[in-house]
Design a protein around this ligand. Sequence first.
Ligand code: ZN
Length: 640
Amino acid sequence: MHIFLLLSALTIQSDSLSLDRLTPAMIDSYMDRHLAEAHASLERLLRVRGPRTIENALRPYDEMRGRVNGTRVVSLLRRAHADSTIRAACERAESRLQQFTRGLRLDPRVYRMILAIDTTTADAETREYLLEERTAFRRAGVDRDAATRARIAALRSDLTRLEQRFEANIAADTTSLAFATEGELAGMGGDWIAARQRGPRGEVIVVGEELQAVTRQATDSATRARALVAAWNRAPANRAVLDTLLRVRHALATLLGYQSWAAYQLETYMSGSPDSVRAFLGALQRMAAPAALRDFDARRGARAWLVMSDFTEAQVRGLGVGGLGPALRPYFPYAQVRDGLFGLARDLLGLEFRPATDSPGWSPTVETYRVYEGDRLIAKVYLDLRASPGRSVQGAATGVLRGGIRGGPPVEVVILGGMVPRAEPGLMGPQGVVTLFHEFGHLLHVMLSARPYYWTSGAPPEADFDEVPSTLFEQWAHDTAVLHRIARHYQTGAPAPDSLLVRMVAAAPQGSGIALQWRARMSLELHDGSPDRVDSIVRATFAASQPAGVDVRLPAAEIHPEDTFFHLSSYEAAYYTYLWSAVISQDILSRFDRGLLDTAVVHAYRRELLDVGGSRPAMESLRAFLGRPFNLDAWARALR
Ligand SMILES: [Zn+2]
C-alpha cells in the first residue's frame, strides 16, 4: 500500500521546527505563527488598489499559499512521529490548517481577486495555473450564498475530523490471534515467528497489521482462514465512522450540485467521471480473465473463498508467497539497496545524494541527505524507513515537506515506511525492495518538478497521475541489469544467482488483479450513490470483480474489510488510480526498447513527464512523450 501524502507543491519552514526536539507547545506556536502570517499577507494582498496583475496578485498569492501549505509538515508528523502527544498536537494543528484553507477557498474576496487578474500577456503555464485556481474556487462553492458557504465549511470540518478518526482507529487497532503451535504458522519463516509476542503458555500472538502477512504466506489453509476473517474485522469502531464519513461526503457533493462524491471528486481527474472508471475497470477485467483463470486453477485445492487470501497485492505481483522472499532477502541488505538507488539516480539523471548528518530528523532512525544536480542543491531528503511502533502510516508514503520553485530553496521530501527491518543489516524482502523503488519514483518526481510557481510545481492537478512515476519506477526493481548492480549477499558479497533474479524479474506487476479490482470498485461504488448500503456494496463489488469463469465466494462469516481500507480516507473514490497508473506505466515502458538503463529515453521521460510538474495537463504530457494518447495495448501484451 502506498500513499502519496501532501500531493501539491508545498513550501515551509520545516527548518523553523527543530525536528529532533519537538514538543507539543512548539507545534502549537509554529501553527499560530504561520497562520497569523498568512492572514496578514492575505489582508495586505486584498488591500492592493488598481488593476490586478500577475506580479501584484498571483505571485504574492502563490507565495502565501506555498508558505501555508508547507505547514502540512504537521500532517506528516501526525502519521510518522513515535510520541502520541506530538501526534495529538499535530492533529490539532492540521485541523486549524485545514480550517484556514477552507476559509480561503470560500472567501469571495479572494475569488474576485483571482478572476480579476489580467492574463493578456501571461504565458501558457500562468494561464493554466489561473484556470485551475478558478476551477478550484468554483468547486469549493465560493459562488454560493453565505448560508450555503457556512454549511459547506461545517461539512468540510466534519470530514477532517472523521478522516483523522478513521486513520487513527486503524493505527490503534490491536486485534490479535493466538496460534498454539509454531506448526500452525508454517510458511511464515523462523525469524518472523521469533519476532512475535508470546502468550502465557508460549502461544504465538499475531497482532493487527501482522495478520495480513499470515493471510498471504501461511501454508495451512485453516490458519489463513482464521487470519483473514480476523483481519477483515479489525478496527470495528470504524463501522460508524465510515458510515458517517460517506454520508457527509455525499451531503457535501449534492450540496455542491453533483450526483455523488465520486462524480465531484473525479471531475478534475484524467478519468473525468465514475462511468469512465467503470469502463476502464471492465476493460482490464476482460483482458485479465485468462490470467485470472490460470491463477485460479493453480490454487483450486483451497476452499474457494480462501483463494482470495492469496489475491492480495503481494500475490498479484507474485512476490508474496512461494519462498521467493526468504531466498532473496540475504541479497538485499538495506544499505546496499539504498546505495543502489542513489547510483541509479546518479547514472540515469545526474543526481548526487550526500549525507546531511548536520540536519537530524524526528527520530534517530531518520537519515537525511542533500541532493545535488551538478553544484546546485535541489533537494533535502529524509528517509524514515525502519519499522517502528506507534506510527500510523500503513505501508509506505512519500510526502513533501517543502515545495521547490525553480531557482529557489531546495524541495524537502520524506519517504516513510516500515519496509526495512529494525535490526541490522536490515535484510529486505523483494516486496520491500519494490516498495522502496516505488517511493523513490515519487521522490524523483517531486525533486525534478520545480516550476516558476509553487502551485505548478510537483504533481499535475489530475490526481490519478500521481502514481504513474512511482509505479513506473517499480519496473527498475524487476530488471535484470538493475538487480545485477544491487543484489549481493550481505555476508559473502556474492552476486544473487540468476535463477533467483529471473523469478523476481518475472514477478513484475501484471496478473489477474482481482484484489485490486475489488478495492477499486469498492472505493468507487461506496462514493457513487446513496451511502446507506455499505455491506451490500462490499459484497457486490467483490462478485463484480471476478472475471467470467471464476467463482470465488466471500466467507459467510460477517466481514468488514472496509473498516481497515485506509485509502477510503485519502484516495476516497479513486483507488482505481493504482491500476490506471500501472496501465500508463506499461505504456511508457514500451518506449524503453533498449532497456531501462537507456539514458536517452530516461531523459525524454524526465523532460516530458517529470520536469513539467503541474504546468500542463497530464494527458498532454503523456501525448508529448508517447507521440499519441495512452492506450491499453502494452498492458494487454504484458498479460499474455
Ligand atoms: Zn505511491
